[in-house]
Design a protein around this ligand. Sequence first.
Ligand code: F0G
Length: 458
Amino acid sequence: MVNYPPPPYKIKMVEPINLIPREKREEALKRANYNLFNLMADEIYLDFLTDSGTGAMSQTQWSAMMLGDETYANARSFLRFKKTIEEFTGLPEVIPAHQGRAAENVLFGHLLKDKAGSWVVSNQSFDTTVGHIMYNGAKPVDIVIEEGKDPQKVLPFKGNMDTAKLQSILENDADKVAVITLVLTNNAGGGQPVSMENIKQVSELAKNYGKIFALDIARVVENAYFIQQRESGYKNKSLKEIVREICTSADAVWMSAKKDAYVNIGGFIALRDSQLADKLRERLILFEGFPTYGGLAGRDLEAIATGLQEAVEGETVAHRVQQVGYLIERLNEEGIPVVLPPGGHAAFIDAKAMLPHIPPEQFPAQALACHLYLEGGIRSVEIGSLMFGRHEEGKFIPAPMELVRLAIPRRVYTKAHFDYVVDICKQLKEKADEIKGMKITEEPELLRHFTCKLTPIS
Ligand code: F0G
């Protein structure tokens, strides 16, 4: 049996959680219209909805917040933030934003301006990125390697982009391509990492065709850890060196700091080109705030700076990734179909394999996520056809995989919590054939999974 790694921290403060009775959970789910985003915090026992902004900060981060300088323009905290991000990324222009999608608004709002119909080619853009691309009239084109869509295939870098496909797109349709991106790690595809070799190849192709290459580095430290562990030539390089090597391969990076910077809110863009940076700052002032705070308080800038420094030091990320790996390996040992090999931030249950009787258009992963809540008060999130499926010319196009993501908040839960999740999943597996598909009863135009209403198909 897989071992649980001893944590490199101890608990200083606790927050009570409570499992409400089954009848209450049934009522809550019905009231939530079978959309887990609508559940209230007090209705949830273990919350694996997201690893974004849900982590526990270190004592050093909390104390750094007390040094937050709230000067409107050019605060001391901004200078520290800027210097830390310059060192972290190796890129000289630093633009703060209040979270990842705010950075996407600034970046894609500018890069896709007057480019309706153009393409943003990626390994697999995540939901808010897809939203921003479409909002700007462009089209997301995802070309993750074929193995990246096979939950059972064990490969070290399943988040890689198919570079032969990229080459062919650039040879035949270069005019249509507005931006090339890579998401590190590939959140929508099981938190799978991208290799340094792949990053360099994509960078080279982008350069040859004069295309902007931007990296979504929400989980870049976890990705760097996998490169250190799995890619030849990186064993003796520090995480700091690897992160810099990744970021300097691109023209620009954007980060939701709510993940690998261990903070509850924040984000940024970093880039090389000062003229482009000035253009982005014009949009920043309009949507986020003055270029030295970008929607954040001085104390947030301090917490991010300390969080980024700590993320690439010591055992922080090694423990994090091993903890996630423990849950995935334990589920796998119990015969629960999960995406393998373990990725960086979440366990992904393969709902297509666990509920083969439910077709993708009846959202098997959403059905499973609802039952995880009913069975154990566990909140997860669907990453399948509810999030990424669409209709084109009246035809239903399913997502590449139907996954239930259990995203692990950083430094929040203990081994006993993970063992409880495994027990609940085992119980559900016994009753899997009783679980019914779902249908949508009301949905918005964009990013429907956040707010749509559903009901079980009887
Ligand atoms: N890019 C990636 C890869 C993400 O995972 C997210 C958010 C964003 C961009 C947007 O960042 O939330 O700060 O605006 N992902 C969260 C999740 C919400 O649950 O995976 P944000």
